[in-house]
Ligand binder design. Sequence first.
Ligand SMILES: Cc1ncc(COP(=O)(O)O)c(C=O)c1O
Length: 395
Amino acid sequence: MEEIFARRMQHVRASEIREILKVTERPDFISLAGGLPAPELFPVTEIAEAARRCFAEDGAAALQYSTTEGYAPLRAAIARRLPETTGARPGADEILITTGSQQGLDLVGKVFLDEGDVVLCESPTYLGGLQAFRVFGPRFVEVETDDEGMIPASLERCLEAEPRAKLLYAIPDFQNPAGRTWSLARREAVLAIVERHRMAVIEDCPYGELRFSGSPLPSLMALAGPGQVLQLGTFSKILCPGLRVAWIAANRAMIEKLVLVKQAADLHSPSLNQRLVSRLLETYDLAAGIERMRDLYRRRCGAMLAALEGEFPEGATWTRPEGGLFVWVTLPEGVSARDLLTRAIGVQVAFVPGGAFFPNGGHENTLRLNFSIMTPERIAEGVRRLGALLVPAPL
Ligand SMILES: Cc1ncc(COP(=O)(O)O)c(C=O)c1O
């Protein structure tokens, strides 16, 4: 039976996170595993009102097929917002609406990657990005990172070994999974290297607006010349993920190719959802909504860091995010986060073992903790239970 599947399916594996999330759906579970935004901040009433207006004002047009590029007023609204949010300045015709950024990653893979092509990525990097690209059979080369982001000397070394690398995949703001943010100096240094090597950068920005401390930094797209950086953005984390409305900003030549593969994939993203978000942007104060998210996540992240300080043993280290949804923990060498998870599930706590975020394996002593979905009390209790599993019982 296996032989009827395409060869590319050999590269495709089930997402570890999705498998874990299945176990943790029970309400009594303390899940520090997923990457879910806090649902209490979804503007449900305002979204319902925007939907009502779509039907009242647009009628059947909201339910009709529409263009692959996306609903024109929404593309224009996104182009108007980007200079304030990421510093990028694409025109409305340089925006393609996608069905989540996850689709954006799939389309990027289709347009850029042949089997065996080299993708440079942060080590660790977003698991969903690896999954989307893996279908196309590339080789992933991991560039080392530290608390300031991608390390330029490591990127140079990778490019000496792989001078024909095509893409650099990067999440410079509050990265998933590590919660780290690239400093301005690193952004500039990496872009200078990329420019010499004539590669494209895929800048994935779902969290950029969720900064709760420190000062905003320009995105890679804002700093680079046109054509070098393609930027993915999404309403998933700043509004709600279920509408699946996201976008790619890139130059016209790239957008044209992406439109061709999107047409083959789904013709267009749902007309109703695009119109709904467009309406919402006219009437709802999105900036104020994002401010409420920042406040909530600042408190939840603070609760997690305080609990780690109090409960985790000597030898464990962790990142101190300035935004986003995740803290990254490194346990002492030799401690297996996968084994820890098995025991944690026994005490009704879940997290994601970090090994999954390294395309070439290893780093089994790392883990990703999410702080956006649980209350500070539950976060503290979850970290306390994990800490108790890590501290050896007295003899
Ligand atoms: C880095 C990164 N890129 C892309 C996505 C996908 O987002 P979307 O909901 O827009 O598909 C996520 C979701 O968690 C993410 O963390």
